[in-house]
Write a protein that binds this ligand. Structure first.
Ligand code: IMP
Ligand code: MG
Length: 184
């Protein structure tokens, strides 16, 4: 049985609420703010979130590389950079989940140093606060979650199962069946 942590309806409500808050925050901006999705996990969330934003925005993407499977080792690097110059712009980093906090700390620091943006705020659909290994607080979090490996709606298990409309914790039986798929 899949233990559903965030249903399609709940995700929609979160996107609506965050979309309104972010629209209000940047409504009178001179330059459109830049929403940066962290690939690949944040793509479904970014795409649903931006549909709830009613001001002019720009979207862009980065991809991070972290050196392990399911747990953070603390070593992060950039695999793909943005394609827009962020200098003096307001930047919103959009993540699927913040776990240890190491990826976000790395990315905020990297973008600040390289582009000198006007501001950076961080948004994540899920916040696994309990697992923080470095001090990091999100500006906007959809839902705080406990320990346990989450899947779906962008979150993967060895690249599989990003394509569900909800987020869940799989049971052992299901994980075993995926390992079989992965071994093919
Ligand atoms: P952090 O650097 O530990 O905060 O890791 C953040 C990244 O790890 C997220 O963007 C996800 O890609 C991945 N991640 C963390 N927890 C989970 C999970 O429960 N399921 C799937 N991916 C996760
Ligand atoms: Mg991610």
């Amino acid at each position: 049985m899949r233990n559903i942590i965030l249903s399609e309806d709940e995700i929609h409500s979160i996107c609506k609420l965050l979309g309104q808050q972010l629209s209000t925050r940047y409504r009178f901006n001179e330059k459109p703010p830049v929403f940066i999705g962290v690939m690949k996990g944040a793509l479904p969330f970014l795409m649903d979130l931006i549909k709830e934003i009613d001001i002019p925005i720009i979207i862009d993407f980065v991809q991070l590389k972290s050196y392990n499977g399911t747990e953070s080792t603390g070593t992060v690097s950039l695999k793909k950079d943005v394609s827009v110059d962020l200098k003096d712009r307001d930047v919103i980093i959009v993540e699927d989940i913040v776990d240890s906090g190491i990826s976000m700390i790395f990315l905020v620091d990297y973008l600040k140093k390289k582009y000198q943006p006007n501001s950076i705020v961080t948004v994540s659909l899920l916040d696994k606060k309990i697992n923080r290994k470095a001090p990091f607080e999100l500006d906007y979090a959809g839902k705080e979650v406990g320990e346990g490996f989450l899947m779906g709606y962008g979150l993967d298990y060895n690249e599989l199962y990003r394509n569900t409309k909800y987020i869940f914790i799989p049971d052992q039986e299901e994980i075993a069946s995926w390992d079989e798929i992965l071994n093919k």
